[in-house]
Design a protein around this ligand. Structure first.
Ligand code: NAP
Length: 256
């Protein structure tokens, strides 16, 4: 069982994949969950599973691209449970996208789907957490792909890098107010959404294992968490190589 207990935890993007799995793991221990995503039936199924196991869970279908809807979710969480102690901003997606085949709107859409969806929650959450005596933790499911420009994932890499930079600034600014920020960087995770995207996935891990890593990060609150270690080490090594050599390796990996 997670060492997080008796907390109100908001998970944005909890109808499937890593977010749903984290919700299941945190359902024990007297945590109060608020889960949100666009697909109401899938979200309700996760909430029902948690409630039938004795957990407390409020599910609110909402599109994180809509800032007013996001603010309403945060307000509803506070109205129901009095605070948001931990928020996991997990919504995002990164389809296979080669730069010679995309249109400008495609790139803008990936930015919205991975950056705007975070900002729309970040602002009301910070406003809420500054009123809470103990502040709060805001975590984001970033990606190891956000640490460097990954071929066929350029727009996604760029959007995730932008979120990390934003949280880096917020962490420094808001530490005195008790608001903490954790960027969580998974490698490839075998979720349903990416199962047929055609991308090679070295060192892929299960969504259950990924969720355990995420929960550990929520418990320990590092500024950045990276997993699995194999992919993290690969990315770290690639970043230290001379650019032409790193490009050769990346091109080879992307073409597998
Ligand atoms: N799978 C991987 O290999 C991998 C690797 C690194 C990082 N990540 C990151 O991990 C996070 C979770 O991804 P996943 O792999 O678990 O895929 P997933 O099953 O598609 O999970 C994404 C979640 O976000 C929700 N979501 C997406 N857009 C949303 C929006 N506009 N408003 C509200 N909810 C939205 C989805 O639900 P609805 O569709 O119902 O809205 C879903 O619950 C993403 O941020 C992804 O970038 C994944």
């Amino acid at each position: 069982m997670a060492s997080i207990t008796g907390r109100t935890v908001l998970i944005v993007g909890a109808s499937s994949g890593i977010g749903a799995e984290v919700a299941r793991l945190l359902a024990a221990g007297g945590n109060r969950l608020v889960i949100t995503a666009r697909r109401a039936p899938e979200l309700a199924a996760v909430a029902k599973e948690i409630r039938s196991g004795g957990g407390s869970c409020l599910d609110i279908a909402a599109d994180a691209l809509d800032p007013e809807a996001a603010a309403r979710v945060v307000a509803a969480a506070v109205a129901e449970y009095g605070s948001v102690d931990i928020a996991l901003l997990n919504a995002g997606q990164g389809p296979d996208m080669s730069m010679d085949q995309v249109g400008v709107p495609d790139v803008a859409r990936i930015m919205a789907l991975n950056y705007d969806v975070v900002v729309n929650y970040l602002v009301p959450l910070i406003q809420q957490m500054t009123t809470q005596p103990e502040g709060g933790l805001i975590a984001h499911t970033n990606s190891l792909a956000g640490l460097m420009g990954i071929p066929r994932q350029g727009p996604y890499s760029a959007a995730k890098a932008a979120v990390r930079t934003l949280l880096d600034a917020a962490r420094v600014e808001l530490a005195p107010r008790g608001i903490r920020f954790t960027s969580i960087h998974p490698g490839f995770v075998a979720t349903e959404r990416i199962s047929d995207d055609g991308l090679p996935k070295p060192f892929q891990i299960s969504q259950e294992r990924a969720a355990r890593h995420v929960v550990r990060a929520l418990e320990k609150e590092p500024a950045n968490a990276y997993f699995p270690w194999q992919t993290a080490a690969l990315v770290r090594t690639l970043r230290t190589l001379p650019t032409p050599l790193a490009a050769r390796v990346l091109r080879k990996l992307a073409s597998r």
